[in-house]
Design a binder for this molecule. Structure first.
Ligand code: SF4
Length: 325
């Protein structure tokens, strides 16, 4: 039976952190077994903010290295860089002709972006969802993994597809949502989502020493002031991480914490140890791959060549349907 095709993309943010892994990469790896996956580093999307563009290449390389070392497999999936397949910009232009301005200006995400960068409200920001629709439809993806909060974005793509197909005939595939329960991974502060910009993260490629240094700064149960106070694991971010990385010990930690039988410092040390152990195979594979800097670009170039075959077919069908000579 023919496998379904999944598309997903992520902006090149450089080295990935644990939140990226638990919230996306882990799922990317699992999907490869069931689907034909198309995974894209969306570098054109990154241009909308016009910051750090001099780091685009390095950030792309670092992110791709992390993806590959974490198990995203170029033998199973197409892994490539968005701008290496230029048909996406053609499709973006054509889809923009069927996208009413009002749809774009009304989007809460656009309003939020204006708030964040009021001095650079460019067309790219407004057209961002159209480029996203081009990404998904160019590769004829029939499913897109989304968390509940991203569902409206995909619905927007589906609306563009329906409008395009209504005008020109059924060419584009209307992607289905693959609702995925992504865990919400909090940062070291325990208050905000893990994020590099807030510097509350742990990179996947961190050394065991760096992991320990970062884990020791984690916020615990704020009411537990003394070692003899019973703790509340249910409100403690360290405990949440034990849930991800200490599956065999988590029950014991819960009862020891509640019974004041373990101190927070020792509890964090145990987490740092388990985290470093879990990430050891990743670190080794990454270090090995990083020794040959051309390797990652070869993989990305090969991915782009395979993605181009699908893209060329789609764009030819689209042009023919819209009547471009
Ligand atoms: Fe959190 Fe561990 Fe301290 Fe309990 S003992 S409050 S789980 S860090």
């Amino acid at each position: 039976m023919k496998k379904g095709r999944v598309f997903s993309g992520a902006r090149p943010t450089g080295r990935q952190h644990i939140g990226n892994y638990l919230g996306a990469i882990q799922n990317y790896v699992a999907l490869q077994e069931e689907y034909e996956c198309v995974y894209c580093v969306v570098d054109l999307h990154a241009l909308t903010t016009l910051t750090d563009t001099d780091k685009l290449r390095a950030n792309t390389e670092e992110m791709a290295l992390d993806w590959l070392a974490a198990g995203m497999d170029p033998q199973k999936s197409i892994i490539f860089v968005q701008s290496h397949v230029p048909q996406v910009t053609e499709l973006h232009t054509i889809l923009s002709m069927v996208t009413p301005m009002g749809w774009l200006t009304r989007l809460p995400t656009f309003k939020e972006k204006i708030r964040i960068q009021p001095d650079n409200v460019n067309y790219g920001l407004l057209g961002y969802p159209v480029l996203m629709a081009a990404d998904i439809t160019l590769y004829k993806a029939d499913s897109v993994p989304v968390g509940e909060d991203q569902a409206p974005h995909l619905e927007f793509t589906r609306e563009i597809v329906r409008r395009f197909n209504f005008h020109f005939g059924p060419v584009l595939v209307e992607p289905q949502m693959k609702l995925t329960p992504f865990p919400r991974v909090m940062g070291l502060d325990g208050v905000n989502k893990m994020s590099k910009s807030l510097d509350n993260h742990i990179e996947l490629a961190s050394s065991p020493e760096e992991i320990e240094r970062r884990v020791m700064t984690m916020v615990t149960d704020p009411q537990r002031r003394y070692r003899t106070d019973p703790g509340r694991p249910e409100v403690c971010n360290v405990f949440a991480f034990h849930g991800f990385f200490s599956p065999k010990e988590v029950e014991a930690i819960e009862s020891e914490c509640k019974g004041a039988l373990v101190g927070c410092v020792d509890c964090k040390r145990a987490l740092a140890r388990n985290l470093a152990q879990s990430l050891a195979p990743f670190r080794e594979k990454r270090a090995e791959m990083a020794r040959d800097p051309d390797l990652v670009w070869e993989i990305l170039r090969d991915g782009a060549a395979r993605a181009s075959l699908i893209a060329q077919e789609t764009i030819a069908e689209v042009k023919q349907k819209v009547g471009l000579p």
